[in-house]
Design a protein around this ligand. Structure first.
Ligand SMILES: [Zn+2]
Length: 305
């Protein structure tokens, strides 16, 4: 479906779990499960949305603002669905002021991507931890960069499949092959075994999720979208998105393969803004660690029976 300005809603609602246009993802779906507003800069691309179970859904455009207002009121007063934690992880605990920066290093064989060194320089110079989801084919063409990332204790490496296919269309065997081949490549180059996984395009089905889990990996999505694969999303837009939408436990998605067009420019101000809002920046694994239980201070005779 081609985009237009105005409202898009599912033919049968409530629907939206995730929506993508071209290579980017459209944010705020969790806030607007019944409809969402298409901002002007998203016009022209192709749109695909997934329902709560990860299945593609039929869409229709609605260009009547009054309907949008009615729907907005409905959404505002509707009780959110109880959080079923059956899907991939979209965020960490909401009771601690921590967020995780994640960078995808994706590549389709035959279409080599790059390595945005300025991003790494900023992370290193500011001592900022980050999680990289790395494709197997990217590691194949960037062995030195892969080793460099793995040597830095600030960084965590996750599996992002071998060739970046849409996992909704793969058999369990093909998924297994994608995951294991990538993990094998990472192991060979770095000695590290990934425990985290990110679906290419963020698209998944209950079956593909089951296969990922069976391979011992935790699937990690995000709840803050920078939209950085879109060249029209400038550094100030990235900063605005992150500042506006980061909450306790947020996972922020960006790209470090040269296709996050203004990410390197935005990153210093993004880090500064997150610190200014009181967030600590941590890796995804750290973000997902349960809160340490308060230790009982047992002292003196009072504690004795
Ligand atoms: Zn990717």
């Amino acid at each position: 479906m081609a985009l237009g300005k105005g409202y898009i809603k599912p033919k049968k609602g409530p629907g939206f779990k995730q929506c993508f246009y071209s290579e980017g993802q459209i944010p705020h779906i969790r806030l607007f499960p019944y409809f969402f507003w298409m901002p002007p800069h998203t016009t022209g691309g192709r749109l695909a949305c997934l329902d709560q179970k990860g299945k593609p859904i039929m869409l229709e455009s609605v260009h009547r603002p009054w309907l949008g207002i009615v729907l907005l009121l409905l959404v505002t007063f509707a009780t959110p669905a109880p959080g079923e934690e059956t899907g991939p992880v979209e965020h960490g605990p909401r009771d601690r002021a921590r967020v995780a920066l994640t960078f995808d290093l994706c590549q389709v064989p035959g279409r080599p991507a790059g390595f945005d060194r300025a991003i790494i320089d900023t992370l290193v110079s500011t001592g900022t931890p980050a999680t990289f989801f790395i494709g197997g084919d990217w590691m194949r063409t960037h062995p030195d960069e892969t080793r460099e990332l793995s040597r830095n204790p600030l960084f965590e490496l996750g599996d992002h499949s071998w060739s970046h296919p849409d996992f909704r269309h793969l058999t369990p065997e093909a998924i297994d092959e994608q995951i294991r081949r990538t993990a094998g490549q990472m192991q060979a180059l770095t000695g590290r075994t990934p425990t985290l996984f990110r679906f290419p395009f963020g698209t998944w089905t209950p079956e593909s999720l089951k296969t990922v889990k069976a391979a011992g990996l935790t699937a990690i999505q995000w709840d803050v979208v920078t939209g950085d694969p879109d060249p029209a999303v400038h550094a100030k837009d990235i900063l605005a998105e992150v500042t506006r939408h980061s909450r306790n436990g947020s996972i922020i998605i960006m790209h470090a393969n040269g296709r996050g067009h203004h990410t390197a420019k935005a990153l210093p101000s993004v880090i500064e803004a997150l610190h200014a809002k009181g967030f600590s920046l941590v890796t995804v694994s750290e973000l997902l660690q349960p809160k340490p239980s308060p230790t009982l201070q047992v002292e003196g005779d009072a504690a004795r029976p």
